[in-house]
Design a protein. Structure first.
Ligand SMILES: [Zn+2]
Length: 122
């Protein structure tokens, strides 16, 4: 991977990081607001609880995304960004363009999904 390609991926990751942190912040605010709504007698509590649960779930996913982006940026620092953590082969640029946080090459991902399916089948 060339230095300018790496730079492009770094920018994409930093943009995603900013977005994810912004969304995470919005979700947290929505959770707090919904918690306040719970104090109002007129509101349907079961609806609000369901809403909070959904918001927390989304916030959790966003937090995971932030973690994945941080890990990708760390790999960049170490100089092994774009290298499959399992087989140590290069991850294709096309794959990284679609999933800049990818840790595994397409081959290893396929293999893992296959194993997961087999386990699920028992
Ligand atoms: Zn691999």
């Amino acid at each position: 991977m060339t230095e300018s390609q790496l730079q492009c991926f770094r920018q994409a990751l930093e943009r995603q990081l900013k977005e994810s942190m912004f969304v995470f912040e919005l979700l947290n605010r929505a959770v707090n607001r919904t918690h306040k709504d719970l104090k109002e007698e007129s509101r349907d509590k079961s609806v609000l609880y369901a809403e909070i649960e959904q918001l927390l779930h989304q916030a959790d996913q966003e937090r995971q995304r932030v973690g994945e982006i941080h890990m990708a940026l760390n790999r960049m620092e170490r100089g092994d960004y774009g290298i499959c953590v399992s087989c140590r082969k290069r991850i294709s640029l096309t794959r990284l363009e679609i999933f800049p946080t990818a840790r595994f090459c397409a081959g290893c991902t396929r293999l893992m999904e296959q194993q997961k399916k087999n386990r699920a089948r028992g």
